[in-house]
Ligand binder design. Structure first.
Ligand SMILES: Nc1nc2c(c(=O)[nH]1)N[C@H]1C(S)=C(S)[C@@H](COP(=O)(O)O)O[C@H]1N2
Ligand SMILES: [Mo]
Length: 407
């Protein structure tokens, strides 16, 4: 399904502009005319490598090179609430303020840090699996027959990235934190992209609070990915990264950090990115640590040669811990065996990356087959057969049934 050709919004916009120049003269009352074909995403999205959802774009697992550990920014999924802003690094400043600082500051009197200020601090590189909360969402429908709302990702809203930046702890210690803010204090990260509107409600700029304890543990302010400056779509010139946490926690185009002694809230932790519906109680907490998931490096419905030995590859990951084991089935779940985990020394999976694995399939017999992969992480978190329903289709972590045709 994910590899079916699709008529995308981008293609439609481009087509309309090309076909009828006159159409650009039409204006919609109350809305500024959109620049011709204004893309929400700036980097190219070749259909071989991406599914284009307009403001979002999914990486195709069929295009993943098994020999490469990291996901190049070029290939990384994009999730935008509005559109990628164009920010000039020369004008860029991060503002840090709030009553949780040693010397409390209002927004207007916040500490201002340029990229150069930040880059003069001790830099660090950290590899994380970067993943959207809704990754795998479409399987609620196709595998569990449940209606959920949101972008119909298959499993490609994920990548492994080696970030370069400075620890947020370093920055906050230099500015100085108020006594006691470590217990119960929060930090609100706000992006510079346009305010998010949905169904006539203006939610303001994309922003989400997180505990000061996470800020001082492993949070990063990053300007680089895999040895290159961030691409505009991925947060240039500076983004927050909260390792192991849901993608929304890693605010792109970071404009400000408010450090508070109290509990700040935003729609992104009270309304969105919390479990609602199904068996979840009212007031479920904001989502933080990502679950365990696995993917095959194969097209959906891949064609395999009957009678010829084949080695299949895939990856598994967890927001909480390294992957300890991966069980795979090549016959729809009747029999299981262990996948071979790649003990590649360069794989930083021990510190937050993903784990590559492979399985040999000697002389598969012709027919329709279903592949399954079930990972367990070092904390014993194991992918279930069914993910409990929630309205927004978050955290689909069940074992995905991946069809292939052997002929
Ligand atoms: N400012 C801002 N930050 C944001 C978002 C956004 O729309 N605006 N999207 C969030 C979501 S939901 C995800 S999954 C990740 C996606 O990061 P990427 O587009 O670099 O892959 O960014 C997060 N940070
Ligand atoms: Mo996301």
């Amino acid at each position: 399904m994910s590899d079916a050709p699709q008529l995308t919004r981008r293609a439609l916009v481009g087509g309309a502009v090309a076909a009828t120049g006159a159409a650009t003269a039409v204006t919609v009352i109350g809305a500024p005319p959109a620049p011709a074909g204004a893309p929400e995403i700036l980097k190219p999205l070749p259909p071989r490598r991406f599914v284009d959802f307009g403001t979002n774009a999914e990486m195709r697992w069929s295009s993943v090179d098994p020999t490469r550990y990291l996901t190049a920014q070029r290939d990384l999924f994009v999730r935008n609430h509005t559109a990628t802003p164009r920010i000039d690094r020369a004008d860029y400043e991060l503002r840090v303020f709030g009553d949780g600082l040693e010397r409390p500051r209002t927004r207007g009197r916040g500490v201002r840090l340029t990229l150069r200020d930040l880059q003069a601090m001790p830099t660090t590189t950290v590899t994380t699996v970067h993943e959207c909360t809704g990754n795998g969402r479409s399987f609620f429908e196709t595998q569990q027959g449940q209606d959920v709302s949101g972008t119909s990702w298959t499993l490609g809203a994920v990548g492994a990235v080696r970030w370069e930046g400075v620890r947020l702890a370093t920055v906050l210690r230099r500015i100085g934190l108020a006594d006691g803010v470590r217990r119960g204090g929060t930090v609100m990260a706000t992006g510079l992209d346009d305010p998010y509107e949905s169904d006539g409600v203006d939610y303001g700029r994309v922003r989400r609070p997180f505990p000061v304890s996470k800020a001082l543990d492993d949070a990063l302010l990053v300007w680089g990915a895999n040895g290159h400056p961030l691409l505009p779509d991925h947060g240039y010139p500076l983004r927050l990264v909260l390792p192991g946490w849901v993608g929304i926690a890693s605010i792109k185009w970071l404009g400000s950090l408010e450090v508070s002694r109290g509990r700040l809230t935003s729609p992104w932790n009270t309304t969105f990115y919390r479990m609602t519906g199904g068996d979840y109680p009212e007031g479920s907490p904001a989502l933080t640590v990502n679950p365990v998931r696995s993917a095959w490096e194969l097209p959906w419905g891949a064609a395999l040669d009957a009678g010829r030995d084949v080695t299949l590859t895939g990856r598994s990951w967890s927001g909480a811990a390294p992957i300890r084991s991966v069980a795979v089935s090549l016959d729809g779940g009747d029999t299981w065996r262990s996948a071979r985990l790649r003990p590649d020394r360069r794989d930083p999976w021990k510190r937050g990356g993903w784990t590559r694995w492979s399985v040999r399939w000697p002389r598969p017999r012709a027919g329709e087959r279903v592949l399954l992969a079930r990972a367990t992480d070092a904390l014993g978190r194991r992918q279930p057969d069914v993910t409990p329903y929630n309205d927004s289709g978050y955290f689909f972590d069940a074992v995905v049934r991946h069809p292939v045709t052997v002929a």
